[in-house]
Write a protein that binds this ligand. Structure first.
Ligand SMILES: Nc1ncnc2c1ncn2[C@@H]1O[C@H](COP(=O)(O)OP(=O)(O)OP(=O)(O)O)[C@@H](O)[C@H]1O
Ligand SMILES: Cc1ncc(CO)c(N)n1
Length: 266
């Protein structure tokens, strides 16, 4: 069996808790060889985003070409893709290199409240990236932005998931991190059935990069060739343990603990 290889196409978080840093830490913890194609560099910590520097389209294209042409990609994820032009490049390269097992994390704002997606790119996301998704993983607010309505009941969230599947995503997970509830429940739609994945809600400020970490864990399992339900189950356990055992780093929304899942198993 070959070594599973996963690529993240995302932004850099200098603070190390979100973005490509969260992704490659998660890939490593799950025994998957991690590769990166940077779309932007952010100057960021647990409190704020103080700078966003997009990479040129050509730089994004060449990074994807470089890894796909030599190393190979068993699964990939997208995170922060701030502009329509970079979205177009990513979609073209995903098609050109026939990258399957693509997890789309439709990142829109950081935990600190700073927007990471330019306004015109919101619509483009559903037209350009969403149809390529093996799994799309919006949080509540991202799902509301994609379907253009409030999703304050489970029934409405189910309709939204169906809507995103109709737009072309093979599977949809509406994450429950921002839903007012004692539990953190994620809703999966696999194109025909709904499933829920529930964990206790921890009352902690250390949730910086939860979405990145969760989608990276999904990508790692897909790279290993795991089926959808097992993939979501593993990712949910990974993020739950990472939130449950925080590292207490920084003065704001601190990172999750990327080694908690492994530590509890060794
Ligand atoms: N306080 C919490 N306790 C337990 N699980 C949580 C908590 N907050 C989020 N989660 C879980 O973490 C995962 C990511 O969900 P969330 O909705 O926070 O993503 P997000 O908003 O995209 O994160 P990010 O800040 O990285 O953008 C989901 O599985 C969600 O249920
Ligand atoms: C670079 C980057 N990507 C994604 C997020 C969302 O958590 C973030 N804060 N920073």
């Amino acid at each position: 069996m070959h070594t599973p290889r996963a690529l993240t196409i995302a932004g850099s978080d200098s603070g190390g808790g979100a973005g490509i840093q969260a992704d490659i830490k998660t890939f490593q913890e799950l025994g998957v060889f991690g590769m990166t194609a940077l779309t932007a560099v952010t100057a960021q910590n647990t409190r704020d985003v103080t700078g966003i520097y997009e990479l040129p389209e050509e730089a994004v294209a060449r990074q994807i070409d470089a890894v796909a042409e030599d190393i190979g990609v068993d699964a990939a994820k997208t995170g922060m893709i701030a502009s329509v032009s970079i979205m177009e490049v990513v979609a073209a390269k995903v098609k050109e290199h026939r990258i399957h097992g693509l997890v789309i994390d439709p990142v829109m704002i950081a935990k600190s409240g700073v927007p990471l997606l330019e306004e015109p790119a919101r619509k483009a996301l559903q037209e350009i990236l969403l149809p390529l998704a093996r799994i799309i993983t919006p949080n509540l607010h991202e799902a509301e932005a994609i379907v253009g309505r409030e999703l304050d009941t489970e029934e409405k969230r189910k309709d939204a998931a169906r809507h995103m599947a109709d737009l072309g995503a093979e599977a949809v997970i509406i994450k429950g991190g921002h839903v007012e509830d004692d539990q953190a429940t994620d809703l999966l739609f696999d194109g025909s059935r709904f499933y829920t994945f529930t964990a206790p809600r921890f009352h902690t400020p250390h949730t910086h990069g939860t979405g990145c970490t969760f989608s990276a864990a999904l990508t790692a399992s897909l790279a290993k060739g795991k089926p959808l339900l097992e993939t979501v189950e593993t990712a949910k356990q990974f993020i739950t343990e990472a939130i449950q055992h925080p590292l207490h780093i920084g003065g704001g929304h601190g990172p999750t603990n990327h080694w908690a899942y492994r530590s509890s198993r060794t």
